[in-house]
Ligand binder design. Structure first.
Ligand SMILES: *Cc1c(COP(=O)(O)O)cnc(C)c1O
Length: 383
């Protein structure tokens, strides 16, 4: 059973952890999930890769999330074995043959994504035919300036290819749909309308009815200095874009948020192992939970905790060094912390619910493994 504390402070008093500790606030997952479930005009899938921790899935399931975007057998197994009432969708455009067969036969997965005609051949061969299958064709979309990652750079078909694949899959007896992903941490709501415009072009060319339309993930989370457009703007762009498409009334609209559902809900409590002037050596870093501070330039809010006595001194900018011996293992932005912070104090780094533990390595023997549930207010201060 996962340990539960009233607050991060209470956790530190009890565990005095010399190892990093993830602090999950399920109330924040619930809040984010309710926002999607109440405003998104369709089905809300959680993208499991973003944070597959069992407690995160449990909080999402409790919040009412029943659909999961999965991309591998271990993800499917985890969801289906924990939550028999949950539906998994196999949203990876490139799958091993045996993996498709197992997904279909063992887990009864009936929805798959493709972005190349040969992937459809594989799916039809390994699942034993088109009956009951829904095939989503993944579209490429233009790069968005305000998105950290251009996910369409690796996957996705152009308009003509996508239209041909839709027709091919439909003529072979599959139900068909379209999917796209505008890129993670997308700060431009209009990117969804643009992508829906491309969906319109494909439908115009293909002239087949789709049973599903998946607008992907990419909804942002707020970090320091993010300047995030309101969530309602994203929903409004999506609704506008949908209105222009002549979809069947029963066409299922879906989204697959990862980051926006979980990022604010976890902080990681690290301990200062040594101070050298304005440099602090802590026990988590870019090979652990914090790789997105480099890859996506995330700036994360933080606060310090001390057990015996008060932290003091006027705030100072500190460089945080990770625990591995690699000289690259330094966080790129400084953190403003109390001037007298020292060895043995803790630094709680917030907003690490997304792509943190999911990306952590075991490099040099350091890997964050502990997660607790807490119920206090988060570090906040991002606006
Ligand atoms: C990673 C991914 C997501 C989740 O993206 P976020 O930016 O975390 O919302 C959704 N769909 C697909 C296909 C993905 O690869």
């Amino acid at each position: 059973m996962v340990k539960e504390f009233d607050s991060v402070r209470a956790m530190i008093e009890t565990l005095k952890p010399s190892y990093p500790v993830y602090c999950l606030r399920p109330e924040l997952i619930n809040r984010a999930a309710q926002r999607f479930l109440e405003s998104f005009p369709g089905r809300v899938l959680y993208a499991v890769k973003c944070n597959p921790h069992p407690e995160v899935l449990r909080a999402l399931h409790r919040a009412g999330i029943r659909h999961f975007d999965t991309a591998s057998l271990p993800e499917i197994a985890q969801v289906r074995e924990s939550y028999p009432d949950a539906a998994c969708y196999f949203m990876h455009p490139v799958k091993g043959r045996a993996v498709i067969g197992t997904a279909a036969k063992v887990y009864e997965i009936d929805t798959y994504v493709i972005d190349h005609p040969r992937e459809l051949d594989k799916i039809l061969a390994e699942t034993g035919g088109a009956e009951g299958l829904t095939i989503y064709v993944r579209l490429t979309t233009p790069p968005v300036d305000g998105a950290f990652y251009h996910l369409a750079a690796k996957f996705g078909a152009g308009v003509d290819e996508a239209a041909a694949m839709l027709r091919d899959a439909a003529s072979r007896g599959c139900r068909v749909g379209l999917a796209f992903h505008v890129g993670s941490q997308c700060l431009v709501p209009g990117a969804y309308a643009t992508a829906l415009g491309i969906v319109g072009e494909v439908l115009e060319k293909a002239r087949v009815d789709i049973v599903g339309l998946d607008v992907g993930g990419g909804f942002p989370a707020e970090y320091l200095g993010t300047n995030m457009p309101p969530f309602e703007d994203y929903i409004a762009e999506i609704e506008e874009g949908l209105k222009k498409l002549k979809l069947r009334r029963d066409c299922v609209i879906m989204c697959e948020p990862g980051r926006a559902l979980v990022a604010p809900a976890i902080s990681v409590v690290t301990q200062v192992q040594l101070r050298k002037d304005n440099q602090l050596y802590i026990n988590d870093g870019i090979y652990g939970s914090l790789s997105e501070t480099v890859d996506a330039g995330l700036k994360l809010p933080a606060r310090a905790h001390r057990l015996n006595g008060e932290l003091g001194g006027s705030p100072k900018d500190f460089i945080l060094n990770g625990p591995t011996c690699d000289s690259l293992d330094v966080l790129p932005s400084t953190f403003s912390l109390p001037g007298d912070i020292d060895e043995g104090d803790w630094i709680e780094i917030d907003r690490v619910g997304a792509y943190s533990n999911a990306l952590a390595t075991r490099f040099n023997g350091f890997t964050p493994e502990t997660l607790v549930v807490v119920h206090d207010q988060p570090v906040g201060g991002v606006r």
